[in-house]
Design a binder for this molecule. Structure first.
Ligand SMILES: Cc1ncc(COP(=O)(O)O)c(C=O)c1O
Length: 419
C-alpha cells in the first residue's frame, strides 16, 4: 500500500498502531494494549464498538444474505426513521460513503437549478469529490486576499474545476454576500457544514447561517447542508440544531451503525431529480447502495439514539469541554475549546478565532499535534495526530472524560507546553 496505509486520515509517523478488537469505548491493539477511543472511526461510531444489540442484529441479517439486486424492507425502515426525524427531509436515497452523499447532493443541486457552480467555505472538509475538495486546506502563500479567496484544487484535478468553485470565508458575512451576488446566475448551491471540523469548529456568528439561508433562497440557489459528521449533534441533526432549513443534505457516518454508508435527502421537489419516472434524471448507481447489513446496523443504532440518549451524550460533551477549559486556565496555557454536543476540539491559541485563516495552521502544519498524539497514546488515549480533537460515544461516562483531561494535562507537560 502506498505510504503503508489505505486512507490518509489514519496515517501516523512512523506508522499507525494496528487494532485487533474493540468493545464499548475501548480498542485493544495487536500487541494487547487497551486504550480509550476518542476518535470512534472519525465520529462514525456513536454507540462505540461492538454494541451487543447491533452485533446480534447484524449477525442475524448476515446469515440471511448480505446483498441482493432487489431492495429489502430494512432500507425502507431506515429511510422512514430518518425522514420522521429530520424536519426538512421528505425523501432520501442511500449510497456508500459521505463523499458520495455530498457528490450526489451537489449534482442534484446542479440538475435542479440548471446552473453549474458551487460555493463552499475555505478550510471545510466534505470528502473526496473534486469540486468540494477545493480549498480544503490552503496555505498562506496560496490562499489569496480575504475578500477574494483563491479556489485551490488538489493534485489530479482538472484546472477547470477551480473555476467552478466559489470559495467563501467562514463568518465573514459581507464578503460571502458579495461573492454570492457576483456569481448568482451561475451558482447552483452553497455547501455548508454548520459545525465544520476543518475550520476548527469555530462557531458560526449569530445570524450567519440564517443569513446564508436567506441569501441563497432569494437568488434561487440551493442551500446544501453537509450533515455527514454533525448529524450526531442532535436527534434531528445539525441543521435543525442550528436553526436552518436546507434544501438538500448529505448524511453518513452514524447512520450506518459502523458500516459504510451515505445518504442524500431533502425536499420532495429537489429529490425528484433522482426519480427515474420524471424528467430530470441524475444517475444514481452503486452496487452496494442500501445493502441490508448496513441498513440493519444503522437502524439498530439510530433506534438506540433516542432524544434522552442524545441529551446524556451531549451533557458529557459539556462536561469535558468545561473540564478542558478549566485545566487550560489553571495551568496558564493559552488555549480555547470549541465544539458542540459530543464533539470537542481544543486550540492551543488564545487569539480571536473567526475563520479558517485565524487558525494559523491547525491540523495540517503544526508539529505539536503529532507529538501530542504519541504522548496521549502512551497514556491510554486515542486521538488524532492532527489536533486535540475528540468525539464521545454512549458507553463513555465521566471517568473516561476525566482520563482524557488528565492525560492531556500530563502530555502537554511532557512536551514542555506547560511546566
Ligand atoms: C463533513 C464531512 N463530509 C463528508 C465526509 C466524507 O465522508 P466519507 O469519509 O464517508 O466519504 C466527511 C468525512 O470525514 C466529513 O467529515
Amino acid at each position: 500500500m502506498p505510504g503503508g496505509n489505505t486512507r490518509h486520515s489514519i496515517a501516523m509517523a512512523p506508522y499507525p498502531i494496528y487494532a485487533a478488537s474493540g468493545c464499548g469505548c475501548h480498542i485493544r491493539d495487536v500487541e494487547g494494549v487497551e486504550r480509550i477511543d476518542f476518535l470512534n472511526n472519525y465520529t462514525s461510531l456513536i454507540l462505540g464498538h461492538a454494541d451487543p444489540l447491533v452485533t446480534a442484529a447484524v449477525q442475524r441479517r448476515v446469515a440471511m444474505g448480505t446483498a441482493f439486486t432487489m431492495p429489502t424492507p430494512e432500507d425502507v425502515e431506515l429511510a422512514e426513521l430518518l425522514v420522521d426525524r429530520i424536519p426538512y427531509v421528505d425523501q432520501l436515497r442511500f449510497c456508500n460513503s459521505g463523499s458520495e452523499a455530498v457528490m450526489l447532493a451537489v449534482k442534484a443541486a446542479r440538475a435542479f437549478t440548471g446552473r453549474h457552480k458551487i460555493a463552499k467555505f475555505e478550510g471545510a472538509y466534505h470528502g473526496i469529490y473534486d469540486y468540494v475538495e477545493a480549498s480544503e486546506g490552503p496555505g498562506v502563500d496560496e490562499w489569496g486576499e480575504i475578500d477574494a479567496p483563491q479556489s485551490i484544487i488538489e493534485p489530479g484535478t482538472p484546472p477547470s474545476v477551480a473555476d467552478d468553485v466559489v470559495v467563501l470565508p467562514w463568518n465573514r458575512l459581507e464578503i460571502c454576500r458579495e461573492r454570492i451576488t457576483r456569481h448568482k446566475n451561475e451558482l447552483a448551491a452553497v455547501l455548508v457544514d454548520p459545525n465544520p471540523l476543518g475550520i476548527g469548529m469555530i462557531p458560526a456568528r449569530p445570524g450567519f447561517l440564517e443569513s446564508l439561508r436567506e441569501e441563497t433562497a432569494r437568488r434561487g440557489i440551493l442551500l446544501v447542508a453537509d450533515e455527514v459528521l454533525n448529524f450526531r449533534l442532535s436527534y434531528r441533526g445539525a441543521a435543525h440544531l442550528f436553526g436552518i432549513q436546507p434544501d438538500i443534505a448529505s448524511f453518513g457516518k452514524i447512520i450506518g451503525g459502523g458500516f459504510p454508508v451515505g445518504a442524500v435527502g431533502g425536499s420532495r421537489r429537489v429529490m425528484s431529480v433522482f426519480d427515474h419516472t420524471g424528467d430530470l434524471k441524475v444517475h444514481h448507481g452503486g452496487t452496494f447502495n442500501a445493502n441490508p447489513v448496513t441498513m440493519t446496523a444503522g437502524l439498530e443504532t439510530m433506534k438506540q439514539m433516542t432524544p434522552e440518549a442524545f441529551e446524556r451524550l451531549n451533557a458529557l460533551g459539556d462536561y469535558i469541554r468545561e473540564r478542558l477549559t478549566r485545566m487550560f486556565h489553571d495551568r496558564g496555557i493559552a488555549a480555547q475549546v470549541c465544539g458542540r454536543g459530543s464533539l470537542f476540539i481544543a486550540h492551543l491559541d488564545d487569539g480571536e478565532l473567526v475563520d479558517y485563516r485565524s487558525l494559523r495552521g491547525f491540523s495540517r502544519t503544526s508539529p505539536i499535534y503529532g507529538g501530542l498524539c504519541h504522548e496521549m497514546l502512551k497514556r491510554g488515549i486515542i486521538i488524532s495526530p492532527r489536533g486535540i480533537f475528540g468525539c464521545l460515544s454512549t458507553p463513555m461516562r465521566e471517568p473516561e472524560a476525566d482520563a482524557f483531561v488528565e492525560a492531556l494535562d500530563e502530555s502537554l507537560a511532557a512536551l514542555g507546553v506547560r511546566n
